[in-house]
Design a protein around this ligand. Sequence first.
Ligand SMILES: Nc1ncnc2c1ncn2[C@@H]1O[C@H](COP(=O)(O)OP(=O)(O)OP(=O)(O)O)[C@@H](O)[C@H]1O
Ligand SMILES: [Mg+2]
Length: 356
Amino acid sequence: MKIAAVYSIKGGVGKTASAINLAHCAANSGLRVLLWDLDPQAAATFYVRTKPKLKGGVEKLISGKQDMSRVIRSTDYQNLDVLPAEFSYRNLDHILEEEKRTRLRKVLKPVRDDYDLVILDCPPSISSLSEQVFASADTLLVPIIPTVLSLRTLEQLNAYLAEIDLDVPVWPFFTLVDRRKTLHKDVMESLKQDYPLQLSGFIPYSSVVERMGIERKPIGTFSRNSSPAVSYRSLWQEIGQRLSLLKEPTVASAPAAAKAAEAESTVTAPQGAATGKASAKGEATSKPAAKPASKEASSKPAAKPAGKAASSKKAPSTDKKPASKDSASKDASKDSSKSASKSAAKGKKKGGNLGD
Ligand SMILES: Nc1ncnc2c1ncn2[C@@H]1O[C@H](COP(=O)(O)OP(=O)(O)OP(=O)(O)O)[C@@H](O)[C@H]1O
Ligand SMILES: [Mg+2]
């Protein structure tokens, strides 16, 4: 089970939009995905049409006394479950102050055989919660609007990680991109030089993303061929491959994401923005390694699922999900991912591999 946190110090940069759409893309790849909404605003919970209600409250969840099967909900999407937020999450910082740094990861231990990927939608802050996120995640996916101030927050994040001696890989990517703006172009270019771990895929500014609030659905379900839908699929391919959850694409051609983004925001995509082969519908594909759990799947997990599929049946969003039993086996993939990326993770270091 890999943990990817969508995190930024800055508010309103597209964390939740990215968490939802990447989670949906990953689930469509046939991976079993849990989206954990860590923000008391509960926006991610809202987007997947789930009640912002956590049985027993957040304190019980963090203490490990809560049965995960009582709090995890299925969504309307195959392979995608959600651990909803509620307003009591505002106390999370306080609760975590007394805990060891890896508490968040421990909370997920009972379900680690049930999911291939956990995506954390984080609130915008630097706090006890974010420190837990940094210590627990296999990667930080950091959305950045191409502005100088946004870049500054990335610098601050890297400085902070160095200060607290945590080496989680930081993978920035651009959102709300409008390359008609010279500033956006310049900022994107400058980051590419300084951060080799930057993801090459980016998300254009588009009213389609804003429509998510009305539709309460991932973009891929209501505007499948739109520029942001294609861009999120492409971005997911890149992330899935870096996390060794997807295999390399067989053909690196037909940059559908770049074309779509170009059409919408006159963007010239960065090199490699579309790393996957594009299907007739513009979906990036990876070479499969296993039979997909989803019939919509375009690519498949590299490893055979470790346990019973947590979301093998489509169920109403209010259904309870069964939690798996505790497993004694160590999650070795996290360790290898972390150690391999150690030297490259603390910010502006040149020439690192991609954190796998
Ligand atoms: N690519 C995009 N194009 C246009 N609008 C976008 C894009 N991405 C996000 N938005 C809009 O920007 C607003 C903020 O997005 P989102 O809620 O995802 O940000 P956030 O970083 O999670 O915010 P917060 O810090 O408050 O949690 C939303 O109204 C969303 O619809
Ligand atoms: Mg948010």
